[in-house]
Design a protein around this ligand. Structure first.
Ligand code: 8YV
Length: 313
């Protein structure tokens, strides 16, 4: 189920004889009627996923193999009910996504992209020096979601002298960073709020208007997780009216559509969901996706499961 990395799609077609689920509704319905019961594994990505209706149309499905760490587009509860396994690609993308968070934070606070636009527009000789910006080192940073990626961001920012605190579903055992009970309390005490929590129904608009107001007019929001975790409308309103200082965003609520108001703002840095997008990391994600598929086809188990398939006897 595309779109997939072209080399992965090609390998699946040629080495595995995989078929592509048609996008067109009529063609899809025809395919599912004729061949839905022959499908035992689906390879997809966080952009597409397998919802409960599609699972119902694939009665012999055994595994959803997800290219990407985030699997919020797949209905894991429905998968569990049906005994369908779900895998993702953790760890291999942690460094690149954490690098992206730090890059966005530096860019948003120091306004490098905006200063680059200023220089290219020929403004330097005419308008003079670029306005002063905000120091990154030694700031107070709050991280929502101290999982693998959140932890990697925290470690990087520790080297910048930042004071790190976090909010998470549960306090992380053994963490050296200060746990804060709620997102709003976390936002109140920091200069920068970094969103690194998984998407899905449990985190929808976790960063809402109240949290953004607690972050306040001197605060910055960085999001490398999922657009759904932030109330995007509230974010846009506050960035446009000076109630937030700035933002660095790699993810949006309705990708690839980005609120048009953001395009006109110099206090935001906008990336087209490129967090894991390096040659090295995407190759590692591809390899791990295929390892999961191979293991499932050979043994009925997954290498990096979110949920193991039910054992069929
Ligand atoms: C995308 C990501 O999945 O891993 C994730 O959760 O958001 C990214 O790595 C990747 O672009 C594939 O769609």
């Amino acid at each position: 189920m595309g779109p997939l990395k072209p080399s992965l799609a090609e390998t699946l077609r040629t080495d595995y004889g995989a078929v592509e689920l048609p996008d067109d509704p009529a063609a899809r319905a025809e395919f599912l009627d004729g061949s839905g019961s022959a499908v035992t594994a689906v390879v997809t990505s966080g952009r597409t996923g397998v919802d409960a209706d599609l699972m119902a149309a694939l009665p012999n499905l055994g595994a959803v193999v997800n290219f990407g760490v985030g699997y919020d587009t797949t209905d894991v509860a429905a998968a569990e009910q049906r005994g369908v396994g779900v895998s993702n690609t953790p760890d291999v993308l942690t460094d690149c996504v954490a690098d992206t968070a730090v890059g966005l934070m530096i860019d948003a606070m120091r306004r490098f992209s905006a200063a680059d636009r200023y220089l290219r527009a020929g403004s330097w000789p005419i308008e003079g020096n670029y306005p002063l910006t905000r120091q990154v080192s030694n700031t107070r940073v709050g991280i929502i979601g101290l999982g693998r990626i959140g932890g990697a961001i925290a470690r990087r920012l520790t080297a910048f002298g930042c004071t790190i605190s976090y909010h998470n579903r549960h306090r992380v055992d053994g963490s050296e960073f200060a746990y804060v009970e709620s997102p709003v309390e976390l936002a109140r005490g920091v200069d920068v709020l970094v969103v690194a929590a998984a998407g899905g129904s449990g985190t929808t608009k976790l960063v809402d208007a109240t949290v953004l107001d607690a972050l306040g007019p001197d605060g910055y929001l960085i999001n490398i997780a999922r657009g759904s975790v932030v109330d995007e409308q509230a974010l846009v309103e506050r960035l446009g009216s000076g109630r937030l200082a700035g933002a660095g965003l790699d993810v949006f609520a309705d990708e690839p559509n980005v609120p048009v108001e953001l395009l006109r703002m110099d206090n935001v840095v906008l990336l087209p969901h490129v967090g894991s997008g390096t040659v090295q990391t995407r190759a590692a994600m591809e390899a791990l996706t295929l390892r999961n598929l191979d293991e499932f086809l050979a043994t009925g188990r997954l290498v990096t499961p979110v949920l193991q398939p039910a054992v069929r006897v």
